[in-house]
Ligand binder design. Structure first.
Ligand code: 2AM
Length: 221
């Protein structure tokens, strides 16, 4: 294997600093705890359980793996299309190792994943691959028509047997439904407004976005 290919990581992304990871995990646990007790959520429990009247403990439902981050480019050590170009991109090389503030603007859950939506700034967008949304088209057909950066998120947990790549697909699906309009009334909560998007999809748009300092870097191994 040529040396340059060995150097391409598993993925690039923003890695949240340790202190803020703790805070976000707490906020998301609080959200899951609250969601679990809402009548509106209980009414749609079957989305999660497949059976009527079966209980679900959302705090136990998702498993979280590793440290919190927002993937920009999944490279799989160079086997993914465009990884080498991304790794060599000037903006990527210039930003590598720098810390910036990620703005977490919503929390979402589905029967598969729980995550936080990241709203990228003008300065952060150049690090977002131009085809990230289009890449998801086979899973979420409307994805390509969503604005660049729509897929940006932090995976907070996955249900048993679900891979983290699913979190971005779940987010795109919710955003596509949001764009279509015709939802019900949001439920106003302390943290923000909660909307149901059918089939177990819920999104809490935060009243105050959470600011998370994160280091743009990569993950090997
Ligand atoms: P995530 O960004 O939703 O958490 C290692 O698997 C990391 O790369 C995870 O963080 C994962 O999802 C992300 N990832 C895995 N496969 C991917 C893919 N095909 N496209 C984009 N991101 C992927």
């Amino acid at each position: 294997v040529p040396h340059e290919e060995v150097d391409i990581p598993l993925y690039f992304g923003w890695f949240l600093l340790a202190a803020v990871q703790e805070k976000i995990r707490c906020t998301s646990m609080d959200f899951l705890k609250t969601l679990d007790t809402l009548d509106a959520f209980k009414k749609h429990l079957i989305d999660f359980t497949g059976k009527p009247d079966k209980e679900v403990d959302l705090e136990q439902y998702y498993k979280s793996k590793g440290s919190l981050h927002c993937t920009t480019k999944f490279c799989n050590h160079g086997t993914v299309e465009g990884s080498k170009d991304y790794a060599q991109n000037t903006a990527v090389q210039k930003a590598y190792g720098s810390v910036s503030e990620l703005s977490l603007t919503a929390l979402f859950v589905t029967p598969r994943t729980v995550g936080a939506r990241v709203s990228l700034t003008e300065e952060q967008l150049p690090l977002w691959p131009a085809d990230a949304e289009k890449e998801a088209e086979s899973v979420v057909p409307a994805a390509a028509s969503l604005p660049r950066g729509s897929r940006a998120h932090v995976t907070l947990g996955c249900a048993e047997g679900v891979e983290p790549v699913q979190t971005g697909f779940d987010l795109l699906q919710i955003l596509a439904l949001q764009k279509d309009g015709q939802q019900g009334e949001p439920l106003e909560m302390e943290l923000g407004s909660l909307m149901y998007y059918s089939e177990g999809r819920w999104m809490l748009t935060l009243r105050e976005p959470m600011s998370a300092p994160a280091c743009f870097s990569s993950f090997y191994a």
